[in-house]
Design a protein around this ligand. Structure first.
Ligand code: GLN
Length: 323
């Protein structure tokens, strides 16, 4: 742990204290009853470099459910197992400008084909493509993929899963429409079970930071020293994160922060910073880093309010925009 790491950690602690009050501008998601009780003033961050060293601040160790952050990981696994061209037959890679759970465009140009795998429609379609026949086999292959990425087998938060399963009317409607138009490879209830279980996988910011550094290295895990997915899958995933990762606030994210990132309604953000020569010599992650953030109060679009503020602070402080 170098002096530079220490000074980054001190800066992060200061930034967390500065950004925490912004949570008041949002509130924890309540449409999923089990998420409504989250502590709105939690804010945590973890950065991991390619030597596996981490710096962190705030509630960085607190577990939370993946929610929409899971969409990137499931997309990668579907590409690994079914091949990119097969996956591209089932989902497009175009941003929508609509809310994450919108159904309005499903019936446009190519009836039923979801615009991208980061909106619910595309993610439910991808869940039905995961390896395995029964829902429990698909969930198992996903858990194993998480284990290969983070080094530990995650748990599924059953309370969050049942809470969402019981209230998933809109996702059920989307899944029925996908089934009707041929963009679901399983039965409706099976795809929903896989999708909602993937949303209920528990992680902390260090797990997200670790996935972020692997994406930064184009699928190569610098800690285990092996490739976990191809460079092409990494490039498509990062492009999708940048263009669609923050739902209908993705443009603002690209313009004012400039880091590929994916958010979820539990308040998690996964961000990936490519290797670069930062102009700030005191930043010890010039070979790239992964960033995990957690702060449960979200805005209208479904993104963590304090989390985005913190990511913006980090991007400005160390000049991390990819542009
Ligand atoms: N499980 C949530 C849903 O399907 C995920 C949404 C999100 O994080 N944006 O509504």
């Amino acid at each position: 742990w170098s002096k530079e790491h220490q000074s980054v950690e001190a800066c992060l602690t200061e930034a967390v204290n500065h950004c925490r009050p912004f949570a008041q501008e949002g509130k924890p998601a309540s449409y999923i009853p089990a998420l409504a009780n989250a502590n709105a003033s939690d804010l945590g961050i973890c950065l991991m470099g390619c030597d596996g060293r981490i710096v962190h601040a705030g509630q960085w160790e607190k577990p939370f459910t993946m929610q929409s952050v899971s969409k990137v990981i499931s997309f990668m696994l579907a590409c690994v197992c079914q091949g990119i061209s097969r996956v591209m037959e089932m989902v497009d890679v175009e941003p929508t400008g609509d809310a994450f759970n919108s159904i309005i465009r499903l019936e446009s140009s190519q009836p039923g084909k979801p615009f991208n795998p980061m909106i619910n429609a595309g993610a439910i379609s991808i869940s039905s493509m995961l390896p395995g026949r029964r829902p429990e086999d698909k969930v198992e292959s996903l858990l194993q993929f998480y284990e290969s990425l983070t080094g530990k087998r995650p748990r599924i938060n059953e309370e969050v899963f049942s809470s969402e399963w019981e209230t998933a009317n809109r996702n059920r409607a989307i899944a029925h429409y996908l089934k009707d138009t041929g963009y679901l490879q399983t039965e409706v209830e099976e795809a929903l079970e896989v999708y909602l279980k993937q949303c209920s996988i528990e992680v902390n910011t260090a797990d997200l930071a670790r996935i972020g550094i692997i994406l930064s290295r184009d699928g190569y895990d610098p800690i285990q020293r092996k490739a976990l997915f191809s460079k092409q899958i990494a490039k498509i995933s990062k492009a999708l994160m940048l263009t669609c990762g923050m739902y209908n606030a993705s443009g603002k994210m690209a313009a004012f922060i400039g880091i590929p990132a994916k958010s979820g309604v539990s308040g998690g953000i996964l961000a990936t910073v490519p290797p670069r020569v930062g102009k700030n010599a005191s930043f010890p992650f010039s070979d790239g880093c992964g960033i995990g953030i957690f702060a449960p109060a979200i805005d209208q679009a479904g993104n963590s309010v304090a989390g985005i503020k913190l990511l913006e602070w980090v991007a400005n402080e160390w000049d991390l925009s990819v542009f």
